[in-house]
Design a protein around this ligand. Structure first.
Ligand code: TYM
Length: 331
């Protein structure tokens, strides 16, 4: 094995194509060559989601999506963040070595807090410190994510370095972000300049992993297009064409340039029907498998319970050593 992978996803309803191509698909591939730990980050979701029934349902839904996508609980650890207390415990230690100024630079906080910074929860501001703790509680070396997590991962590296320097140790590794594949930033189907996101009010802006074949095809047919002949990668001038091209290449598992060469004289509508066929072929089996798994919540809960026990067994001694380094007495 080439190292330890950690990555996380929030329990929000409607995991979408961006999550799948930017992250989950790479998580699946990495199982072959890394020790992988995948986490459903409910503590992070609590910064925005305050409906207990929804939290529970989303957590199981995301677990089903990950299992259906090919995360293998026999090979990898799949668990829920709140089940392993080392995450918030380590986050507190990191809170005490992380300058406020570093968090003030986080663009995601600024976007999510919007104009009402005074009204935003402290947890939202502190969110990236908990993210650093998630990774470093396992001394993970590699973190596969989409492009939007780049800044948070840079911060995780800085926090690891700050801890090591402050206490004169070489304890935490500096984790490497792994932003892989052709579709590291999948854009909205309605506006090629905006990221595909769960918070977009329009369902038509994203393909969800639970969408059936007809819905996937409809969303692609209705996706914003332009009237230039041929499909080319030109994000400045043709953001929608570029986004759909990247999605096509990623789903086909082929280099973008190779696909682009094939599509130089294809009309937008022909391209869309090819893309719809490909998307249905690749995604609808996942949706079907997700429905099958979701019908057995007892199985899901069992996988998550087992995953939490295995995760806790790795994190507990790392947290204990951290406590020893900072000078806490042994209990
Ligand atoms: P979250 O739940 O927003 O997204 C999960 C993963 O999906 C990727 N992603 C995308 N990739 C490409 N195009 C898009 N439009 C797109 N939208 C989302 C994200 O980059 C991410 O990899 N803070 C994290 C969760 C987290 C985490 C961690 C990640 C918590 N602790 C530790 C890594 C390591 C988040 O909110 O992801």
């Amino acid at each position: 094995m080439q190292g330890r992978v950690f990555s996380g996803i929030q329990p929000t309803s409607g995991i979408h194509l961006g999550n799948y191509l930017g992250a989950i698909r790479n998580w699946v591939t990495m199982q072959a060559s890394y020790d992988c730990i995948y986490c459903i980050v409910d503590l992070h979701a609590l910064t925005a989601l305050h409906d207990p029934a929804e939290m529970r349902a989303n957590t199981r839904e995301v677990a089903a999506a990950l299992l259906a996508s090919g995360i293998d609980p026999a090979r990898s650890i799949l668990f829920v963040q709140s089940h392993v207390p080392a995450h918030p415990q380590l986050a507190w230690v990191f809170n005490c070595v992380t300058p406020m100024g570093w968090l003030n630079k986080m663009t995601q906080f600024k976007e999510k807090a919007g104009k009402d910074r005074e009204g935003a929860p402290v947890g939202l501001f502190d969110y990236p410190v908990l993210q650093a703790a998630d990774i470093l509680a396992y001394k993970a070396t590699h973190v596969p994510v989409g492009e939007d997590q780049k800044q948070h991962l840079e911060l995780s590296r800085n926090i690891a370095g700050a801890f090591n320097r402050k206490f004169g140790v070489e304890f935490f590794p500096l984790p490497e972000p792994m932003i892989l594949g052709e579709a590291t930033r999948v854009m909205s189907l309605r506006d090629g300049t905006k990221k595909m996101s769960k918070s977009d009010p329009s369902e038509m802006s994203r393909i969800s992993l639970v969408d059936d074949a007809d819905t996937i095809a409809l969303k692609i047919r209705r996706a914003k297009s332009d009237s230039i002949l041929g499909i080319a990668y030109d994000p400045e001038n043709r953001p929608e064409a570029s986004n759909l091209l990247v999605i096509y290449a990623a789903l086909a598992g082929r280099p973008r340039a190779e696909v682009e060469a094939e599509l130089v004289s294809t009309s937008f509508s022909d391209f869309k029907s090819r893309l719809a066929d490909l998307a249905v072929a690749k995604l609808s089996p996942i949706a079907a498998e997700m429905r099958r798994i979701a019908a057995d919540p007892g199985y899901i809960d069992g996988v998550l319970r087992d995953g939490a026990a295995r995760a806790a067994a790795i994190a507990a001694p790392i947290l204990a050593e951290t406590y020893r380094i900072v000078g806490f007495l042994e209990p």
